[in-house]
Design a protein around this ligand. Structure first.
Ligand code: ADP
Length: 383
C-alpha cells in the first residue's frame, strides 16, 4: 500500500470492551508535501474541532498531557492526539461524526478492538466510509514498539515500589536499547542492561487481561489471560462501595487499607511463614477477615475498594510472573487503562515481580498506557 493514496488526516480507533481510544495524527508538514487545497482545508476543520476542545459531547476526553509532537508516521511528520470515550457511547460517536460532517471529508480511519467488528456495519453504513481493520493484539505490539522506540521517556519502572518513602519512578531507555541491537558487539549481558529487547512479556490490563510473549518484530503469541481485570475491579467497586466511576473507585482505594478486610499471613501465623519465605504482610486470603455477617456493619468502603484493587493486581502479577518464568523472560511490560491514574496497582505489580523473581525480573510501565492498540493500527497503514 502506498501511503500517498491514503487521504489525510489519519485516525486510529481502538474500540475496546469498556473504552474507545481514538488517536488522531495531525500532519504538520503540509509545506513540504503537495497536499491538495482540499486536504489542507479538511485538515483544518477537523483540527479545529478536535484540538480546540479537551472534552467532546458528555463523555469524550482528550488526554492533552499525552500529546506527542514531531512524530514521523509513514513518511509524514505531525502531532499525535489522544482521545477516549466509553464504548457504550459508540453509536453517539458515529452520530457526532456524521452531524459534524466529518464523514464526508475523506480521511483514513484504521480500526481495531472487538468493536471494530461489532460496530463495523453501523460505522460504514452510517458514515459511508470504509474502516481499515487491524488485529488488536498485532496493533497493541506495533503501538508499544513504535512509541517506545521513538520517545525515550516512554518507559519507566519503580525502585522500592512498596516503600512509601523511598519509592521512585525511574525512566527506562528503550531507545538506547534499540541502538545496541544494531551493534555487532551485542551480547546477552548488555541485552539484560538495555531494557525491552526481545523477548519480552506484555501484560495488557483492560476490561480483561491478555498476556503475550513477544519474540521479535511481528512474532508474538498470546499465552495467557484472565477475566479478573479492570472490568472486574470496577464491577466489584460498584457492588461493594456504590462507586459510580473508575476514578471514584481509585480515590476510595487510595484512602483505604486492605489489611482491615484481607487476612494476612501474619494474621494466621502471628508472624511470617519463614520456611517458605512468605512475609507476614502477604495477603493469604482476600476479604478473609470479613466472612462473618457481623463484620458487614463496620466494613469501610475504602478498605473494600483497596482490597479489590490489590487482589486484582496481585492475581495479574502472579499470572504475568508465571508466564515470564515459564518462558525464561526478564522484562514484563504492563499496559492497559486499568493502570490509568492507578499507581497503587502498578507499584503492587512491580513489587510482585521483584519479590517472586528475587530481583531478576522487572515490571516496566509505559506512559501511554491504554493507547497502544489505537497507535499500532495507524502504523498498519503501510505495513
Ligand atoms: P478495553 O479495551 O477492554 O476497553 P482498556 O485498556 O481501555 O480496555 O481498559 C479498560 C479499563 O480501564 C476499565 O475496565 C477500567 O478498569 C479502567 N479505566 C480507566 N479509566 C477509565 C474510565 N475513565 N472509564 C472507565 N474505565 C476506566
Amino acid at each position: 500500500k502506498n501511503f500517498n493514496d491514503l487521504p489525510m488526516p489519519w485516525f486510529g480507533l481502538d474500540i475496546g470492551g469498556t473504552l474507545t481510544k481514538l488517536v488522531y495524527f495531525e500532519p504538520t508538514d503540509h509545506a513540504e508535501y503537495m497536499d491538495t487545497e482540499d486536504e489542507v482545508q479538511r485538515g483544518k476543520t477537523i483540527r479545529h474541532y478536535l484540538v480546540h476542545n479537551k472534552a467532546y459531547g458528555e463523555t469524550g476526553i482528550r488526554d492533552e498531557h499525552l500529546q506527542l509532537d514531531n512524530v514521523l508516521i509513514n513518511g509524514r511528520t505531525g502531532t499525535l492526539h489522544f482521545i477516549r470515550f466509553p464504548t457504550e457511547r459508540m453509536i453517539h460517536f458515529i452520530q457526532l461524526v456524521k452531524s459534524k460532517g466529518f464523514a464526508q471529508m475523506s480521511s483514513t480511519v484504521c480500526a481495531t478492538g472487538g468493536g471494530a467488528i461489532k460496530y463495523a456495519y453501523e460505522a460504514e453504513a452510517e458514515l459511508g466510509m470504509q474502516l481499515h481493520k487491524a488485529d488488536e493484539l498485532e496493533s497493541l505490539i506495533s503501538g508499544i514498539e513504535f512509541i517506545a522506540e521513538n520517545f525515550a521517556d516512554e518507559c519507566y519502572y519503580y525502585d522500592n515500589p512498596l516503600d512509601s518513602e523511598n519509592c521512585r519512578k525511574v525512566i527506562w531507555r528503550w531507545s538506547s536499547a534499540r541502538c545496541s541491537t544494531t551493534d555487532s558487539q551485542y551480547t546477552n549481558e548488555n541485552r539484560a542492561e538495555s531494557g525491552l529487547q526481545y523477548p519480552y512479556v506484555v501484560c495488557n490490563i483492560g476490561s480483561g487481561v491478555s498476556v503475550l510473549v513477544v519474540h521479535g518484530h511481528n512474532k508474538f503469541q498470546r499465552v495467557s489471560g484472565s477475566s479478573i481485570g479492570g472490568g472486574f475491579f470496577q464491577g466489584m467497586c460498584s457492588l461493594l462501595c456504590n462507586s459510580n466511576s473508575f476514578e471514584d473507585s481509585i480515590e476510595l482505594a487510595t484512602k483505604g487499607d486492605n489489611k482491615n478486610v484481607d487476612k494476612l499471613v501474619g494474621d494466621i501465623y502471628g508472624s511470617s511463614y519463614e520456611s517458605i519465605g512468605l512475609p507476614y504482610d502477604t495477603v493469604a486470603a482476600s476479604l478473609g477477615k470479613i466472612s462473618d455477617p457481623s463484620d458487614r456493619e463496620h466494613t469501610r468502603p475504602e478498605d473494600l475498594a483497596r482490597s479489590a484493587l490489590v487482589t486484582v493486581a496481585n492475581n495479574i502479577g502472579s499470572i504475568a510472573f508465571n508466564v515470564a518464568k515459564q518462558h525464561g523472560i526478564d522484562r514484563i511490560a504492563f499496559v492497559g487503562n486499568f493502570l490509568r491514574v492507578n499507581p497503587i496497582a502498578a507499584r503492587h505489580l512491580a513489587h510482585a515481580m521483584n519479590f517472586w523473581s528475587k530481583g531478576t525480573k522487572k515490571a516496566l510501565f509505559l506512559v501511554h498506557e491504554g493507547y497502544f492498540g489505537a497507535v499500532g493500527c495507524l502504523d498498519k497503514l503501510v505495513d
